[in-house]
Write a protein that binds this ligand. Sequence first.
Ligand code: BES
Ligand code: ZN
Ligand code: ZN
Length: 480
Amino acid sequence: MNIKTSSEAIETLDVDAIVIGLYKDNTHGETAIRLGAIAPYLELDEFTGKTKQTMILYNVEGVKARRIYLVGLGEKEKCNFESVRNAASIAARTLRDRGLKSIAFEALHGDAQSTAEGAILGLYKYDFLKTQNLDKIKKVDEIIFSGNDVDAWNTGVIMAEGQNYARFLAETPANICTPTWFAEKAKEYLDGIDNIEIIVHDEEWAKEKKMGSFLSVAAGTEEPAKFLEIQYNGGNENDPPIVYVGKGITFDTGGISLKPSANMGAMRGDMGGAASVVGTLYAISKLGLKKNVIGLTPLTENMPSGRATKPSDVVTASNGKTIQVDNTDAEGRLILADALVYAEKEFNPHTVIDIATLTGSIGVALGEAFIGVFTRSDELWNELNRAGEKTFDRFWRMPLDPIYRKALDTPLADVNNVGSRAGGACQAAEFLGEFIEMKRWCHVDIAGVMDSPGSSDYHPKKGMTGKPVRGLVEFCKQME
Ligand code: BES
Ligand code: ZN
Ligand code: ZN
């Protein structure tokens, strides 16, 4: 798809349709007022501009495009980033599904960034593995933005592209999306962007680093594990970086603590954290943010085999701590433990944020409306929360507490990988806290938002969400 910008007035563009936003009760947007010719249509019809209401007008005088797609924005005072994303995505999807090839947008509600995000996220479709009837798959060839706020539009496009790529990586089945494939795809995707460097470490390297916890998960599979390291040097040479660490389990069977088979296929998305790190690094580097940022993703399958870790095995992490693995299905924390040690010791970071589809229990607590966040730093919480509100990747702070840590005590080792009582997401966060000392660390549990039944306007179909790429990019932008 070709995405372009134009400083020409939207009514002069030669496209299949132009999209115009209208507020409720005839407080029209600027373009609508300029196009006085549409006023009679509005009087004749029941279009009131209420939220998500739509209408198509054909062959309107003074408009070059054959169609005007009107989309309701609701009351002007209540219109916000999210209602703009929703309106833009409805417009883009509907016009695509009608077979139109070129669409022009104005900045709905004057908000070019959210318009771009809604349109590009709304048009996402996973058809990578389809081989039949490809000509029947409806695709938009060209999106044109008409307006002056080109920087905001481009920011929205890049953020949405980053999230869409995370969706793509997470959706791809695990026989294709192996650790090796994931690392290759990330390299391909980021290749040639200024100031980006990518290293793919192998298991030998992990052994040298004494990552016994990460390797204890990798022991159960034939697929070679990888540890992806992405460096973006957008800031001054010695500026401490922001480090994003993403859980990269390309398939989680549970290992010897095997999961039930119902819906196990969803565990192809257990690298959603790693996918969102790649999408985030893409957007940050494409935007040229003036920060140093590192992305780290330990990648492996979690499989049962003759070499797999067994419940009660004790392994040693790279900070020297011993871990009793009582449940091999609590594997995400095992691979993150060594990645967090590496993040803190190697990079002298300003902030470390890990993103992981870590526990079913966070989904029970928060559903798909909020993403659970655990941190020792009020300051970091406030910053992340602000980024979440702006992008609608909404976060909710959850507790770290010695009581949850105590549940991980065990006679055999320094720490158990599972706890004894309820509060599983909080225990998991305490476990991670054993492997990082700095205050500005936070753990983001995205298990509840890994996939969506297709419940939002710009996520209309069942599938992996790619969350919280935009929230993480916005956080970095705010740190600039
Ligand atoms: N990958 C799962 C968590 C998960 C569940 C992600 C649902 C997305 C949707 C994780 O590795 C896991 O299995 N966690 C266990 C931990 C338990 C054994 C302490 C869980 O949540 O049940
Ligand atoms: Zn698991
Ligand atoms: Zn898992």
